[in-house]
Write a protein that binds this ligand. Sequence first.
Ligand SMILES: Cc1cc2nc3c(=O)[nH]c(=O)nc-3n(C[C@H](O)[C@H](O)[C@H](O)COP(=O)(O)OP(=O)(O)OC[C@H]3O[C@@H](n4cnc5c(N)ncnc54)[C@H](O)[C@@H]3O)c2cc1C
Ligand code: FES
Length: 338
Amino acid sequence: MSYQVKVRGTDKTLSVGEDETILEAALEAGIDYPFGCQSGNCGACKSRLLAGEVEMSDYSEYALTDEERDQGQILACSSVPVADCDVVWLDLEETVQHAMQSLDCTVTAVEKATHDIVVLQLKAGSALAFSAGQYASLTLPGQPPRDFSMAGEPYGDTLEFHIRAIEDGQVSQAAQNIQVGDKVALSGPMGLAFLRELHTGPILAVAGGSGLAPIKSIVETALAKGLAQPITLYFGVRDERDLYLVEHFEGLAAKHGNFKFIPVLSEPTGETSRRTGFLHDAMRSDFTTMDGCKIYAAGPPPMVDAVRALAEDLKARTEDLHADPFYTVHELAEQGKS
Ligand SMILES: Cc1cc2nc3c(=O)[nH]c(=O)nc-3n(C[C@H](O)[C@H](O)[C@H](O)COP(=O)(O)OP(=O)(O)OC[C@H]3O[C@@H](n4cnc5c(N)ncnc54)[C@H](O)[C@@H]3O)c2cc1C
Ligand code: FES
């Protein structure tokens, strides 16, 4: 059994099979449908159902509020049609439309940033057009593909990635032994948690562990472009040994009066003069409202969820939250998304 789904704004009508989502069918048909997490968590694929009916699998309230659902909005990545439908994706503020590229890259530098994070520089045959905060799928030698976020500014022909070794993680462990000269296949860019350059309110850039990669890209790009509003980078890790690029960000703070860098240690083992506790608690003590702020968050899903809950609590607007939780492929599979 399949249903016909007309995608407004394109000349295509999709034939969507049983158990297939609208997003899956759209991407298969070559439509540039906006998407991010593909798991009902980011809201990037938010669409309006103009006619027909869909069944939606579990999704986050952040991605789609009850009010939006009541108004006829759906998440294309979580919607399986149960009738012929008419859909249109919502206009997203400053939607990026970088073409997906497949590039063969060579590792040009490898640096151990912490005991479990390696920073790689890759040189591609041609430049990758992306927006600060986006990610790509990397295939390391002899490994299955995994998503990693670009850490540098989106110019030039060198790409930077930060890869944290996960316990028993196949690719992230292999990445710790990668060598200069190794070949890496890249496919991207993807993701909608990218820097909104037209926004003029304060920017809260929030990173946990190697979540610093896309957040670094966002902060550096914002500063390089001369964005003048207050920009605060909260960097949450367990202990001192997990911090990296501290001098780099302290240097940026010394140079740019509108930029603040706040490392937060959740489990310090020794005396420290740094902020301590959970990242979201540190942020809560610094703000009474987040109304008008743009919040970018990346890193472990529980941390991103906590920041998201805080932002909602402090009245940030849903459309001002841009998050990339670093789900593993197994977590995505558990959610039935890969
Ligand atoms: C949008 C996005 C951007 C990302 N960006 C970055 C980044 O910039 N830097 C970064 O370090 N990471 C990033 N990640 C995470 C990254 O993609 C990988 O998920 C991570 O590196 C782990 O991959 P792995 O192959 O090492 O682990 P995997 O081998 O996939 O294993 C992950 C965990 O699952 C467990 N596991 C293994 N098999 C199973 C199973 N069958 N069932 C259940 N659990 C199992 C393992 O023990 C391990 O703890 C990003 C993820 C996303 C979604
Ligand atoms: S792609 Fe649908 S909610 Fe993220």
